[in-house]
Design a protein around this ligand. Structure first.
Ligand SMILES: *[C@@H]1O[C@H](CO)[C@@H](O)[C@H](O)[C@H]1NC(C)=O
Ligand SMILES: *[C@@H]1O[C@H](CO)[C@@H](O)[C@H](O)[C@H]1NC(C)=O
Ligand SMILES: *[C@@H]1O[C@H](CO)[C@@H](O)[C@H](O)[C@H]1NC(C)=O
Length: 536
């Protein structure tokens, strides 16, 4: 999985509010600081003059001037502004090693039964009836990476149902960041998809010849209905349906996140059916992924076959996109600047765009380094017998940054250690196929650790809830808290450990949840996709 959140944060919409606010606050503070410094200087000057005039002790007088001159230099950044985690790591390492770990949390399974169990039950709930006649063809273009495409696909099923339309299996838009040319059938099992939904929505692999001919055999000539994000069903019925009836086909591109979270319950259930039952990876992906899960379990014999998976977002593109500083040297600055220009040409140089790495870090927006992830997990009680699967693309400066994580977790695995290069040959250069392997291995782990919000953990958490009785068993770090701890030069291991255990408990209580109307069904499949079972 190379590359950042193709998620909302990448389009900058979600993040804009707080970031703007932080910037504004920064400016106000800067202004205040400057005024305060000027005031201090003036006072000091007056005091010094007074001292000279009265012939007072020069020690005190000089001291005041020196003190007052200090704010002219940059004030020290507040805790959590600068990356210094490697210093804390070196400091606590001996203590970390000396402390006997309590039983590994993997062995004290926390699949607690909370009253009644939740189980998948979509098929039971969906009523099957004759398919109504079709109002026309719906053509959508799925943009983004693997899981953003998943949103488009499942929502396209929902919209086809709302409109009584025939869906053409979605085309994947070639993304400038993900750069994967795979087609629907390369990633997903297309026949299974069509067959699983057969009783609810008509799906065809291609537009029929006569319709295609009408549009000059060119998909791009089908009128594109530009649709606002999260449009309600009424928009589709009032705006899209008349056009579809008139032309026989309509196109919506881009299509991701174009349908509201809140839709009628029968449509919601179709989203469940599409996401959890109809969408399965293509055979070549499934076979390798299942083999890799098997190997992972075998290599986790010290913990009864259970393993932890981490979605580690520390690829070059991710670090560049975050605008965070780590080493802060020239080499890093150049690498980041180049990566930003490569994937988001000009975006970071637009007028008014202020990049503030220190504020980003304090606000918990910086990708965790492998070292930070390792310390966090050790603090949470996962000891060196834990086998760890690291899901990621090419880690930025891997040799340097992965070493401490391997030191803390010698039983670390990746795609490259679980599969041979021959096995991976079909996948090379295809970020979505590689992401599909990561997705499967993370899905089957005992505990999943996310490090950055994006569509990958969003879908994975939902899928894990669906598979594991409603509980996501996902660790979601509180990064604005972590940066404070990682920037405390006096912290002791015991103290750090306590904080981490609190964080783990907090994640655990959040693992279980019922969807509210404005939340995503792909993250919270209860109660729409699941039913409560009698206590066993
Ligand atoms: C779709 O078909 C159902 C069942 O025949 C019908 O009740 C509904 O009004 C139709 N909707 C549209 C938009 O054609
Ligand atoms: C398809 O149509 C689009 C838009 O009308 C046009 O720009 C493009 O050149 C066409 N492509 C081909 C292969 O004719
Ligand atoms: C884990 O650490 C202990 C104590 O430092 C050491 O004896 C043991 O060999 C380590 N286990 C692994 C799998 O590295």
């Amino acid at each position: 999985m190379p590359v950042p959140a193709a998620a909302a944060s990448m389009r900058g919409t979600e993040a804009a509010g707080p970031r703007h606010a932080a910037r504004r606050l920064g400016r106000v503070l800067d202004g205040r600081r400057r005024r305060a410094a000027l005031l201090l200087l003036a006072l000091a000057y007056a005091a010094a003059m007074l001292m000279l005039a009265t012939g007072g002790g020069e020690g005190l007088g000089a001291g005041v001037v020196v003190e007052a001159a200090r704010p002219r230099r940059a004030p020290p950044a507040p805790p959590g502004s600068v990356y210094r985690s490697h210093l804390v790591f070196e400091r606590v390492l001996p203590e970390m090693r000396a402390f006997a770990s309590r039983p590994n949390p993997l062995m004290t399974s926390h699949h607690k039964k909370i009253g009644k169990q939740w189980k998948p039950c979509i098929r039971k709930r969906l009523t099957e009836s004759e398919l109504p006649s079709s109002n026309g063809f719906l053509v959508v273009e799925a943009n983004g990476g693997l899981n953003q495409q998943r949103i488009s696909i499942c929502d396209a099923i929902a919209v086809a149902r709302i409109l009584n339309a025939t869906l053409v299996t979605p085309v994947f838009h070639l993304n400038s960041v993900w750069r994967d040319s795979s087609k629907f059938g390369d990633i997903f099992d297309e026949d299974h998809f069509i067959e699983s939904l057969r009783k609810h929505v008509r799906i065809v692999k291609e537009l029929p010849e006569d319709v295609f001919l009408r549009f000059g055999h060119n998909i791009s000539t089908i009128p594109n209905m530009r649709t606002k994000a999260f449009s309600p069903p009424s928009y589709y019925l009032q705006q899209v349906l008349p056009k579809m009836l008139e032309l026989g086909a309509v196109r919506i591109a881009p299509f991701s996140n174009r349908l509201a979270h809140s839709v009628p319950s029968d449509v919601q259930k179709l989203r469940c059916l599409a996401n959890y039952e109809a969408l399965r990876f293509s055979e070549s992906i499934r076979i390798l992924a299942e083999n890799m899960v098997g190997r992972m379990i075998k290599r986790s014999s010290l913990t009864g076959g259970k393993y932890v998976s981490v979605h580690l977002r520390f690829e070059e593109d991710m670090v560049a996109f975050s605008c965070c500083t780590y080493d802060g040297d020239l080499k890093e600055n150049n690498a980041m600047e180049n990566a930003r220009e490569r994937s988001w040409r000009g975006k970071f140089h637009r007028p008014g765009r202020v990049i503030n790495p220190e504020a980003n870090r304090r606000n918990g927006r910086c990708p965790l380094t492998p070292l930070e992830v390792g310390m966090m997990l050790r603090g949470m009680g996962f000891d060196n017998t834990t086998s760890l699967y690291v899901a990621s693309g090419k880690i930025y400066n891997a040799e340097k940054y992965m070493t401490p994580l391997r030191q803390l977790f010698p039983l670390l695995q990746t795609k490259q250690t679980l599969a041979t290069s021959e096995e991976l040959a079909l996948f090379k250069g295809h970020s979505s196929r590689l992401a599909a392997l990561d997705y499967t291995i993370c899905l089957h782990s005992e505990v999943f650790v996310m490090t950055q919000g994006s569509n990958f953990p969003h879908f994975l958490m939902g899928h894990r809830r669906y598979m594991y009785g409603g509980h996501a068993n996902t660790i979601k770090p509180d990064k604005s808290k972590l940066v404070q701890l990682f920037d405390n030069p006096n912290i002791r291991w015991n103290q750090f450990k306590h904080q981490m255990q609190d964080m783990r408990r907090h994640s655990e209580t959040k693992g279980f949840g019922l969807r509210k109307p404005q939340e995503s069904i792909y993250n919270l499949p209860m109660p729409d996709c699941m039913c409560q079972q009698a206590e066993t």
